[in-house]
Design a protein around this ligand. Structure first.
Ligand code: 7TS
Length: 413
């Protein structure tokens, strides 16, 4: 019997990927740019840049307002992007996809609105000790406003949640946790913790800022109530993000910001709210950004996610080996499940000085506390040097960084 040959997966061709990123041709201090600051913001493929400029050049108009042709085209392009996002994150309905200006705005929306809906004096909100400030401060503000208390899951020496010490109680109302740590790279067992929270009737919010570019995100499989992310960390534009919300919950949540387009009726005495998702989208949205985000997702979907992830894992492994061979260097975040983030400290070398020396060789890394000060306190350091990889980085670039770190250590010690 003849068997059908399995389709041959297209090998991951990093040079073909790189050719799509115009910025990678730039020189920095006369050297080819090595961009390892993707956790701060990733670079953008030409298709995304073109989609944004094509919107301005051909169909620029406000959305959901005019009867004229351009407004209709702009509205269709925006709503097509919403559908692209819906499918990509496996949301059930497009009305569960709320456009925001980014993860920070999404979490502020969540904290402000859920705070009003759920928090009473004496209630508790649980986060973890590795959260970005964006997933700490909005909850502190909400707790302060409603007389609630903020608690945190402690972090182990490997940079993982210590779930045996998860501070759940019968007063816990909200769990707000990061899918992937921006500082350590840890991929957290969010699904497991959400299941535990659900059993206790706790509303769950996930900060997915660092996940979208690296993992296949399925909000229904995760079982979360809300999920926030930014476009710019996943090859999309800045100033645009998404807050996914389960319809039943979004329906009950009060609006965050008031203004045009989020209302159904307004009298001088009282207003009623527009249907989802518009109840949460006051004012003119970032239409070009939304279109660019849709294009970034379509661009990512053109590649086999597993092949992309394997490429990034190879970069991480190579970097980890190369860095650990340097005397006095310690990597923070040694979990088994990590995305391509290598955060390190070196005895006798300040991260800022090292970052400046790397930049002089064209290598962009982030230094400092990475907006995770409680995590820095947990590890007893003031900051780290962080290299964060994307699908367009190469092994040769990792070698260049390791060599530059070695050189830097010699100069600074
Ligand atoms: N949550 C996480 C886990 C993040 O990494 C960031 C940004 C945010 C929230 C905020 O996202 P924004 O798009 O609203 O700014 N993280 C980083 C970083 O690691 N370096 O610069 C920004």
């Amino acid at each position: 019997m003849r068997t059908k040959a399995a389709p041959v997966a297209r090998p991951y061709d990093v040079e073909e990927v790189r050719a799509q990123f115009p910025i990678l041709k730039e020189l920095v201090h006369g050297r080819p740019l090595v961009y390892f600051d993707n956790a701060a913001t990733s670079q953008k493929p030409r298709r995304v840049i073109k989609a944004e400029s094509a919107y301005y050049a051909t169909i620029n108009a406000n959305v959901h307002r005019g009867v004229h042709t351009l407004s209709t085209k702009a509205t269709e392009a925006q709503e097509a992007a919403r559908e692209t996002v819906r499918k990509h994150i496996h949301a059930e309905h497009a009305r569960e996809v709320v456009f925001t200006s980014g993860t920070t705005a999404g979490i502020n929306l969540a904290a402000s609105s859920l705070g009003q809906l759920l928090l009473q004096p004496g209630d508790e909100v649980v986060i973890s000790g590795m959260e970005h400030h964006s997933n700490i401060v909005p909850w502190q503000l909400a707790c302060e406003r409603h007389g609630a208390t903020l608690k945190a899951i402690p972090i182990t020496d490997t940079g993982e949640w210590d779930l045996k010490k998860a501070p759940f109680s019968d007063r816990t109302r909200i769990l707000a946790i990061g899918h992937v740590s921006n500082t350590l790279g840890t991929i957290n067992p969010v699904k497991k913790l959400i299941a535990e929270a659900k059993k206790r009737g706790i509303t769950t919010v996930v900060d997915g800022a660092q996940a979208l570019a690296h993992l296949a995100v399925d909000v229904q499989a995760l079982g979360c109530d809300l999920y926030a992310f930014s476009g710019h960390k996943a090859y999309g534009p800045t100033g645009i993000g998404v807050l996914y919300g389960r319809e039943g919950l979004l329906d009950r949540m009060p609006p965050w910001q008031g203004g045009g387009e989020m209302i159904d009726t307004v009298t001088l005495e009282k207003s009623t709210w527009a249907r989802l998702p518009f109840k949460f989208e006051a004012g003119t949205p970032n239409i070009a950004g939304i279109i660019g985000l849709g294009e970034a997702i379509r661009w990512m979907e053109d590649y086999d996610k597993t092949a992309m992830a394997q490429h990034e894992q190879a970069l991480l492994e190579h970097a980890t080996q190369g860095l650990l061979a340097i005397d006095g260097l310690r990597i923070l975040g040694t979990a088994k499940e990590k995305v391509g983030v290598a955060s390190f400290v070196i005895d006798g070398v300040h991260h800022y000085d090292l970052g400046v020396l790397l930049d002089q060789q064209g290598i962009a890394v982030r230094t400092g506390h990475h907006c995770t000060q409680p995590l820095m306190d947990r590890f007893g350091v003031s900051g780290t040097t962080r290299a964060s990889f994307a699908c367009f980085n190469t092994i040769a670039e990792v070698d260049a960084m390791v060599a530059a770190v070695k050189k830097g250590v010699k100069m600074l010690r």
